[in-house]
Design a protein around this ligand. Structure first.
Ligand SMILES: Nc1ncnc2c1ncn2[C@@H]1O[C@H](COP(=O)(O)OP(=O)(O)OP(=O)(O)O)[C@@H](O)[C@H]1O
Ligand SMILES: [Mg+2]
Length: 253
């Protein structure tokens, strides 16, 4: 079942309860629920436009939900002060849909940027150079440190974006479509990197993907976001052999 990690017994690091979000008449989330346990790889799948990015934006506070509970490490985020929220945020890494590197900055500067924003977590005397090189080494790109994003391939950009997320040593990583737009081999390399990170740091991960192979390899548990709710929850094996036509549609390729 859950890859012998006994995850269901470990503590909950993220929780969404009864989340609603509409844009005018467009009712995107209609009571969505989600639990992420410590050390777990939770995959969320849903059709394009089903509200996956909206959900993740509500989770990190980039968008305000209409109603519902969101808690991070057992803290209700609506009840936190800005300062407490900033401290919590430093423990959450977010790999945006697309790689979203700063095009006018070198790879090194792209990685230094988040460090400067989170001096509270790391103190002011941190060894930036060592952290940047270490993070790039983790993704096999130490030699790309002085390149500009325009000089990188799509797969390399994704790796740099991952390094930029990892440099903050997050306890939780949110991945929005980590393998989209990559060829199957590069996609597989990114998945392996994600697994390495998980094994090395015991990170908890929420992974939004359309990629069935990615879901098969990486998920401990999956949630299918359909009609604005957590329509189906289970392991890859449970969901991919399900008879419900709405669920089956995800696994036909
Ligand atoms: N800022 C916004 N203003 C108005 N509508 C929005 C906004 N952001 C998202 N939406 C709408 O919310 C719905 C869900 O969008 P969302 O980006 O979450 O989809 P998604 O599941 O991430 O899709 P994809 O797989 O294509 O990334 C869409 O109908 C979209 O048009
Ligand atoms: Mg999206």
């Amino acid at each position: 079942m859950m890859r012998d990690k006994n995850i269901s017994k470990s503590k909950v690091v993220l929780e969404i309860k009864d989340l609603y979000k509409s844009f005018g008449d467009n009712h995107v989330l209609n009571g969505f629920n989600m639990l992420l346990h410590q050390g777990e790889n939770l995959v969320i799948m849903g059709k394009s436009g089903s509200g996956k990015s909206v959900m993740i934006k509500c989770l990190v506070g980039l968008m305000e939900a209409d109603s519902g509970l969101i808690s991070v490490m057992q803290n209700d985020i609506t009840k936190l002060t800005q300062e407490a929220l900033d401290i919590l945020r430093a423990d959450i890494g977010f790999l945006f849909q697309g790689s979203a590197l700063y095009d006018s900055m070198t790879v090194r500067e792209n990685l230094e940027f988040p460090l400067r924003r989170h001096t509270k977590k790391f103190g002011k005397d941190l060894d930036t150079e060592k952290l940047v090189i270490g993070a790039l080494d983790n993704v096999g790109l130490a030699n790309a440190i002085d390149l500009m994003p325009s000089e990188l391939s799509g797969g390399m950009k994704r790796r740099v974006a991952l390094a930029r997320t990892l440099i903050l040593q997050p306890k939780i990583i949110l991945y929005d479509e980590p393998t989209s737009g990559l060829d199957p081999i590069t996609a597989k390399e990114i998945i392996i990197l994600m697994q390495d990170v998980q094994n090395k740091y015991g990170t908890s991960s929420l992974i939004i993907t359309h990629d069935v192979d990615c879901a098969r390899v990486i998920s401990d548990r999956m949630i299918l976001l359909i009609d604005g709710i957590d329509y189906a929850i289970g392991t890859f094996d449970e969901l991919s052999t399900h008879q419900d036509p709405k669920i089956k549609a995800f696994f036909k390729q």
